[in-house]
Design a protein around this ligand. Structure first.
Ligand SMILES: Nc1ncnc2c1ncn2[C@@H]1O[C@H](COP(=O)(O)OP(=O)(O)O)[C@@H](O)[C@H]1O
Ligand SMILES: [Mg+2]
Length: 216
């Protein structure tokens, strides 16, 4: 998969989400390595793989290798450096965030407890209304996607020591409160927990083995 055309920079907190068209005909949102947020891409990759294992609604994502000459056309000045790999997630077209619409019905309501359990297990303290995407499929009916897992482990720049001392408290998230409204059965939480407990350690090791050395 090779990049063809640079489209735009998304206005966001980190100014590091770039829309790029690839030669497979799809658009992806690409994030580059940033030394000041050195765990952001590792977090995205790890969270993506775990989310896929759990069957969460997350855009298809890849570790990609864009040539340096292509990355040089990206807008400058956001503190990124060139590394061997970048993180790309498939662009979800025709979607809005939770600030931009009123949510009346969620089609994939079955996923809501799973997402909350995932956020707690990985200590994602950034599930804001901007970090879900809502795709209206029929009038008033939205499919909910999760994006931006750059702040799992409570930080995009955690240290080994931080991982030993992650917060255990309730995460304040208006988005979780929104999602909870659509959960039909409490047992969805138990199912999600059982699912997490079945993740093989070897799978986690395998996922980590894909992290390139130049991401630190
Ligand atoms: N897969 C995607 N599909 C559509 N839009 C996306 C996708 N990923 C990111 N975006 C857009 O880019 C913005 C910034 O990306 P995000 O991953 O949230 O990074 P940041 O850490 O800068 O908030 C999002 O708020 C959203 O508008
Ligand atoms: Mg975001």
């Amino acid at each position: 998969m090779n990049p063809l055309t640079y489209q735009k920079l998304f206005q966001s907190k980190t100014n590091n989400a770039h829309l790029v068209t690839f030669d497979n005909g799809n658009d992806y949102v690409v994030k580059l390595f940033k030394p000041s947020e050195d765990k952001a891409l590792i977090n995205e990759w790890l969270a993506y793989c775990i989310a896929r294992f759990m069957g969460l609604p997350i855009p298809y994502s890849y570790l990609i290798e864009m040539p340096k000459s292509f990355v040089e056309v990206f807008p400058k000045g956001h503190g990124t450096v060139y590394t061997s790999k970048q993180f790309a997630s498939k662009y979800i077209a025709n979607s809005v965030n939770a600030h931009e619409t009123k949510v009346e019905n969620i089609l994939n309501y079955n996923d809501m407890a799973k997402i909350i359990v995932f956020d707690y297990w990985l200590c994602n303290t950034d599930r804001t209304r901007k970090n879900i995407l809502l795709q209206e499929q029929t009038a008033g009916n939205h499919f909910l996607w999760i994006i931006d897992n750059a702040e799992i482990f409570d930080s995009y720049s955690w240290t080994m020591n931080d991982l030993e001392n992650l917060p255990q408290n309730l995460i304040r998230s208006a988005t979780h409160e929104l999602m909870v409204r659509f959960i039909k059965e409490e047992k969805d939480f138990k199912i999600a927990l059982t699912h997490i407990q079945s993740i093989p350690t070897q799978l986690l090791e395998e996922i980590l083995s894909f992290v390139p050395n130049d991401w630190g």
